[in-house]
Design a protein around this ligand. Structure first.
Ligand SMILES: Nc1ncnc2c1ncn2[C@@H]1O[C@H](COP(=O)(O)OP(=O)(O)OP(=O)(O)O)[C@@H](O)[C@H]1O
Ligand SMILES: O=P(O)(O)OC[C@@]1(O)O[C@H](CO)[C@@H](O)[C@@H]1O
Length: 318
């Protein structure tokens, strides 16, 4: 069991509405709705807690609506390092149609002052020592500069934590410069950073090689239903998940990330790590919400994941 700190700088109340079919511009009636305290780092934390780890969670939380988050922390036994900021934590709307299509409408989050940012850094100086890994996941709220985000990663590294990063756009770019231990972009996020499409397998491998040359040990590239490419020191593997009935893909990437961190910390074989992480991510899409589901279903999914070696990585000219 490891001690893991997850950072969610821009958490969200996820409101998932299940619909037969979304008709834009019409009155739509939902079949069911459910609300969760969420945000990428908090979703990762819930899966890691289910996998047996001890969690601390931090970031910025709106002072006007903290109840669902505080209830989650109490229920899951998370150490609460969140700085409260004026205003409301955002609500993100997830429209889940019967055929598995998901439409996300994510809010900007409250504005975070410089003072609150200093407070979080001070708090992390106290909280971080003693943790093995920090997982930083999700977007930046208003007022938070990507350069500050880079400084945050640097501090966590200085405290001796392995840093795992899952973000997008400028925050991802700033984080990559600090060479985290592990990075988990999806194909679109990586393509945006490198400024070219990454459809072909050799383009992915070349980009992964470039990130590894910067000093990033583990490059995990998620590709939705097409699976995962994992480039580690001396390994390049591809996992293909089994076909599942999609209920909501929200949090699949977070579950995959948690699974990879868990396998690596447990010193499992590479194949076991990737197979298990891919299986829990596949299970995640069959449910709304975050955390591991039925153990028997998980066992069946794990047996059905196909893992194979990828062709030799290629150098990318820069
Ligand atoms: N339809 C699916 N069937 C099986 N597995 C899936 C499916 N969609 C996603 N997954 C699994 O979940 C992983 C993460 O999905 P994806 O690449 O969509 O992540 P993401 O874009 O980071 O998602 P999010 O940000 O919503 O958490 C995939 O690599 C795959 O293993
Ligand atoms: O707007 P961000 O921070 O990029 O993503 C936020 C979010 O879409 O990510 C999670 C799923 O990965 C959801 O719980 C949450 O609403």
């Amino acid at each position: 069991m490891a001690r893991i700190l997850t950072l969610t700088l821009n958490p969200a109340l996820d409101l998932t509405l299940r619909l037969e079919r979304l008709e834009p511009g019409q009155v739509n009636r939902s079949l069911a709705q459910v609300s969760h305290a969420a945000g990428k780092g908090l979703n990762v934390a819930q899966v890691l807690a289910d996998l047996g780890h001890r969690l601390s969670v931090a970031g910025f939380l709106g002072a006007d609506n903290p109840e669902a988050f505080e209830a989650l922390f109490a229920r899951r036994g998370f150490v609460d390092g969140f700085v409260r900021v004026p205003g409301e934590t955002r609500s993100n709307i997830k429209l889940a149609e019967r055929d598995g299509r998901i439409t996300d409408i994510n809010g900007p989050g409250p504005h975070v002052s410089e003072r609150a940012q200093v407070e979080l850094l001070d708090r992390l100086d106290q909280l971080a020592p003693g943790h093995d890994v920090a997982v930083l996941a999700g977007s930046l709220p208003g007022g938070v500069d990507p350069a500050w985000f880079g400084e945050l990663l640097r501090r966590l590294k200085r405290h001796g934590l392995k840093v795992a990063l899952d973000s997008s756009g400028e925050a991802l770019r700033a984080g990559l410069l600090v060479t985290p231990w592990l990075v988990k972009p999806n194909t679109d996020e990586l393509a945006e950073i490198c400024g070219r499409p990454l459809e072909a397998g050799d383009a992915l491998a070349a980009e992964a090689a470039h990130l590894q040359a910067l000093g990033i040990d583990q490059v995990v590239i998620s590709q939705g239903a097409r699976g995962v490419s994992w480039f580690g020191p001396d390994l390049a593997l591809q996992a293909l998940p089994p076909k599942v009935t999609v209920v909501s893909t929200v949090g699949a990437g977070d579950t995959l990330l948690a699974g990879m961190v868990h396998g690596l910390l447990s010193s499992w074989s590479a194949t076991h790590t990737l197979r298990h992480a891919t299986a829990i991510a596949a299970q995640a899409v069959t449910q709304v919400g975050f955390g591991l589901g039925d153990a028997v279903q998980l066992q069946q999914l794990e047996s059905a994941v196909q893992v194979q070696a990828l062709a030799e990585q290629q150098e990318v000219p820069r």
